[in-house]
Design a protein around this ligand. Sequence first.
Ligand code: EPZ
Length: 427
Amino acid sequence: MDKLVIEGGKSLSGTVRIHGAKNAALPILAASLLADGEVNLTNVPHLLDIEVMLNILSRLGCQTRHEQENVIVDTSSANSFHVPDDLMKQMRSSIFLMGPLLARFGEVNIYQPGGCAIGERKIDLHLQGLKALGAEIQEVDGQIHCKASKLIGADVHMDFPSVGATENIMMAAATAQGTTTITNAAREPEIQDLQNFLNQMGANIIGAGTDTITIQGVTHLFPCSYEVIPDRIVAGTVMIAAAVTRGCVTLTHCNPAHLTSLIHVLKRAGVQIGVCNDIMNISCMSRPKAVERIITSPYPSFPTDLQSQVMVLLSLADGFSVMKETVFEGRFKHVNELAVMGADISIDLNCAFIRGVQRLYGATVEATDLRAGAALVIAGLAAQGKTIVEQVHHIDRGYDHIEKLFQKLGADIQRHTPVLKQLDLAN
Ligand code: EPZ
C-alpha cells in the first residue's frame, strides 16, 4: 500500500488548478445510460472512484475511454442490468446506477452497498423513491432485484435531503411517464450539475438547487457533450491547507459560490480570502482564531465533506471550538489520529470539543476514509517534523495525486510505493 511522507512546517505558496468534481462526475456517468450513443464529458479527474464507475459501465457493455480530463462513454452496446458485486463493494455510491438502469432496461440487480468507515449509509430513501415511481423491489440475501415495466411520475417527499437518493429519483423520473415532484430534495451543486447534464440530453427538469425539483418525463434522451463543475471539496481542502500552513495560495478553475459556508468559517478564523470569478486567493499570516461552533448539515450549510479538514485548522487555532457532525454518525475517525500528532480533541456523541494547541508533531498515522485521509495530509503539512500517512488509497478515491497538488505549492510531500507494487506496475 502506498504511503505519503511529509516534512511539515513549510508555508504553502503558489497557484493550483482545481480539478472536476468527483461527486458530480459519478452521477453524470451513471446518467449517460439514459441515452444511446457517445457521451463526451470534460473536466473529469483521474480518481479511483471514477475508474471504478468506468469499469462498471464497461461490465454493463458500454465502451469507455478516459484521456487526459476527457471521458467518452458509448452506451449503444450496453447489454446488462446486473451491477457487479466486486465493483459495487469498491464504491457504494454505485447505488445511483439503479435509476438509469431501471429506466433503460426496466430492471436492475444490485447488491446492498452496506456501510463504510463514516456510517451505516442506508439506502431506504433510494428504494422508497423508486417504488413511488412504480418499481417493484425485492431484497434477497443482500441482493436487490428491482423491476418496473413502466415508470410513472409521482410526488416524492424525502424524509432527509439525501444527495444520492435525489439523484437516483431524478434519473429514473427523467423518462418516466408524467410529472415527478421531489420535495425536501438535496440542494448540493452536484444536483444542479446533474440537472444541467440531463437537460442537455433533452430532459425537462427545473428546481435543482432548491428543495423542490420538478421533472416532466420525456420519451427520449440523446447523448451530449458536457463539462463537469469544479470540485468544491478539493478546493476547500487546499484552502484549509493554505490557512494552517500560514501560506498564500491562489486557486483557479474553482467556483467560490459553492464554498460560501467555508469562506464564512475561514474569515471568522481570521483568514484573508479574495474572490474574482473562478479564482480565489487565500492567505493567513498569523495563528488562526478558534471558531466557537460549526455544525455540518446539508448544502448550503457547512459540508460534512470538509469537517475533518477544518478540524485540523481548529486544532491549531487560538482558543476553544466545537464541531457538530449531523450528517454521518461515524465521521470522527480522524480524531484519534490527530491526537497522536498532539491535537487536543474530545468527543461526546456527535460533537467534537477542540482546544487549539500551538503546534502538531509529525507521526505515523492511518487514513480511515477519504476525507479523514485528506485531513491527516493537511495536519502533516502543518506539523513539526515528519508525518507518514498510510492507507493512501482512501485519499486517491477523491484526490488526483494529492502529493502533486501540494508539491506545486512548495510542500515537501512524497508518495512511497512498495517495491513489489513498483515491479508489478513495471511488468
Ligand atoms: C453524497 O453521499 C456524497 N457522495 C458524499 O461524499 C457526501 O458526504 C454526502 O453526499 C453528503 O453530502 C457522492 O456524491 C458520491 P446522502 P450520499 O445520501 O449520497 C442517510 C465524499 O467524501 N441516508 O446525502 O451517500 C445516510 O445514512 C463522499 O466525497 C439514509 O438514511 O449521501 C447519511 O447519514 C462521502 N437513507 C445521510 O443520509 C438513504 O436512503 C446523508 O447521506 C440515503 C441516505
